[in-house]
Design a protein around this ligand. Structure first.
Ligand code: ADP
Length: 378
């Protein structure tokens, strides 16, 4: 689960991590009140969307007077960033930046532990730094039984700073950020940029946290921040219907029985040059109602040009599945190409039932995938 900058800043503040003064606003009028309330000449108007790169997209602007605050608040509140409409903005005190840094705790799958990443290349996209100049990122693997005691936080702080006040402030931030990462079951706790101000203070002027969805049951205050995207709303309604569904951005709708086979189907689509529109595991039954519900999910996505149904009949027999598909499609009004690959128990019987119907029948996964990818490109 992702959170907005203002939410992450709220969490950071409660752990003593210094953030600049800021006020959340929904309208240009709110923004003017916030500007008056902050009692500072220059403020930053910042889009609050669940996406990075807001600055590049024009969603972070410096305003030096009331007129500019109104102008930028209005223009940012009417824009979309990476397809996400901006509904909230932050009016933040503009800090005098001397230098910008990157600080982030995340999970490293290779070392199976939490890692801390630091860089002097703050304020830019860290993925770009990691791929183009990886030597500019310092990485520290955190021993779970050691954590981030004072001596270690100070030792690490010396990587970026030499001066004692700066080292001490940085060490405090590292300790608090690690604590928040662990206590809140985060998968990412990131400050980009952490700035050193002209007044020699370290301030987190951006804040990003993502959380482990599987831990949300015990993080009620984090769960209260949850704002599902349109895709997440579809995914959770699919979950209520008993499907395991994840939306993706391709054009080949997939309906598969079994999570492993569903993953393999998506891999194979990619291998043949196509793009899956989703992951959908409909489970092991031939129930036509499930097929109807599953098809509805797929066809609601207007990008879907073709549907690939990949079924392995183990306990579920392929002829039952074929009959289920025939019954289901009597109730589905769509002329979208549907490719069906059936294999396993009674596969021949199943395939025979589907021949000369609205379905395109395939025997192997390779054949079915090639047909689906070909059809998606037409
Ligand atoms: P994003 O990473 O989404 O583009 P940031 O929060 O990192 O957004 O803001 C982009 C840049 O805007 C920062 O790197 C910084 O230079 C500037 N900026 C953001 N907030 C402030 C602030 N409160 N005071 C001064 N400059 C700021």
């Amino acid at each position: 689960m992702k959170t907005h900058e203002y939410q992450a800043k709220q969490i950071f503040s409660s752990y003593g991590i210094p953030v600049e003064k800021h006020i959340l606003c929904f309208t240009a009028e709110d923004a003017v009140k916030a500007y008056d309330g902050l009692d500072t000449e220059t403020v930053v108007v910042k889009a609050q969307v669940l996406s990075g790169g807001r600055g590049k997209a024009g969603g972070v602007k410096l305003a030096r007077n009331k007129e500019e605050v109104v102008f930028y608040a209005d223009s940012i509140l009417s824009m979309k960033i990476k397809e996400l409409p901006v509904k909230k903005i932050l009016i933040s005190e503009a800090v005098q930046i001397d230098s910008e840094y990157y600080v982030g705790f995340t999970i490293d799958r290779n070392s199976k532990s939490v890692i801390l990443m630091l860089s002097r290349e703050g304020g830019v996209d860290i993925e770009t730094v990691a791929s183009e100049t990886p030597e500019k990122i310092y990485r520290f693997t955190i021993e779970p039984f050691v954590g981030m005691p004072d001596y270690l936080a100070k030792k690490i702080a010396f990587t970026l700073f030499k001066e004692s006040t700066q080292v001490n402030s940085m060490a405090k931030i590292l300790k608090s950020l690690y604590q928040v990462f662990i206590e809140k079951d985060a998968s990412l706790a990131e400050i980009n940029p952490l700035v050193l101000t002209k007044e020699n203070r370290l301030v987190a002027i951006d804040a990003k946290m993502t959380f482990d969805d599987n831990a949300l049951y015990r993080q009620t205050e984090i769960l209260a921040f949850f704002e599902p995207t349109e895709d997440e709303k579809i995914e959770s309604s699919a979950k209520e219907k008993g499907f395991s569904f994840v939306k993706m951005d391709g054009d080949i709708g997939c309906m598969v029985n079994g999570a492993g086979l569903a993953m393999a189907t998506m891999d194979m689509i990619k291998l043949y040059g196509g793009n899956p529109a989703n992951f959908l595991d409909i489970g092991g039954s031939s129930n036509p109602d499930k097929v109807i519900e599953g098809m509805r999910l797929l066809l609601n996505d207007k990008r879907v040009k073709v549907v690939l149904i990949n079924i392995f009949g183990g306990i579920t027999r392929c002829d039952d599945v074929a009959n289920g598909l025939l019954t289901a499609f009597q109730k589905i009004e769509s002329d979208i190409p549907v490719i069906v690959r059936l294999t396993g128990t009674n596969e021949k019987k199943g395939r025979d039932l589907l021949r000369n119907t609205r379905f395109i029948v395939a025997e192997t996964m390779g054949e079915a995938t090639r047909l689906a990818v070909g059809s998606s490109k037409n």
